[in-house]
Design a protein around this ligand. Structure first.
Ligand code: 5GP
Ligand code: MG
Length: 187
């Protein structure tokens, strides 16, 4: 368990991911070109680590980088619905623009919790940049803060996906592509 042979189907290849990350970084860089207060890119650990590493290297404006950790999943494939911030930011985001970087938005519980948290800390805007978005499974509507915008890499069909930072039972995060596991892997 944990190897390439467990993958049933690849949804996005390494090349497709890299192309889309470049497009997103260009779009965000154009939007943030004129922004004067500092911009803090906040990755949601652990799933966003590869996406964050790739996208910040293509952003052409000054950024600080920090991480938050949110627990909601355990080792299964269903969200608990009650996310908990288990490791908070080191950087003070008061009066700053924040771009939250996520691996995937599913029910919306995690993002809604994090956006309120950042708003409470005084961020002047909160944007979200999610590598994947599963709109079919949305349960919680989230409002961005200030002039914040929503950016997404790809719309994801309603499958549990792994790779490019995303896990099943803490495995598969290092796969350079995104795929779906063979059904027997969940047994
Ligand atoms: P939400 O709170 O929106 O339901 O879920 C957000 C978190 O659940 C994501 O940040 C991600 O860590 C995890 N998640 C949601 N869907 C998937 C999926 O298809 N695969 C994996 N590996 N994690 C997922
Ligand atoms: Mg996540």
């Amino acid at each position: 368990m944990g190897s390439e042979s467990d993958i049933e189907r690849i949804l996005w290849t390494e090349e497709e991911i890299s192309g889309r990350v470049g497009e997103l970084a260009a779009e965000i860089s154009a939007d943030f070109r004129e922004v004067s207060p500092p911009v803090v890119v906040v990755g949601v650990a652990t799933g966003a680590f590869l996406f964050l590493a790739d996208i910040v290297r293509k952003m052409t404006f000054p950024v600080s980088v920090d991480f938050v950790r949110v627990e909601s999943y355990g080792s299964g494939t269903e969200s608990s619905g009650r996310p908990r911030i288990s490791c908070d930011l080191k950087i003070d985001v008061k009066g700053k623009h924040v771009i939250l970087v996520e691996d995937i938005v599913d029910t919306g519980n995690t993002l809604s919790c994090l956006i309120s948290h950042l708003e409470g800390k005084g961020a002047c805007s909160v944007s979200v940049c999610s590598f994947l978005d599963k709109p079919a499974r949305r349960k919680v509507h989230f409002e961005l803060v200030g002039e914040g915008k929503f950016y997404r890499g790809f719309e994801c069909p309603d499958y549990f996906v792994v790779g490019y930072g995303m896990d099943y039972a803490e495995l598969y995060r290092n796969l350079p592509y995104v795929g779906v596991l063979k059904p027997e892997m969940y047994e």
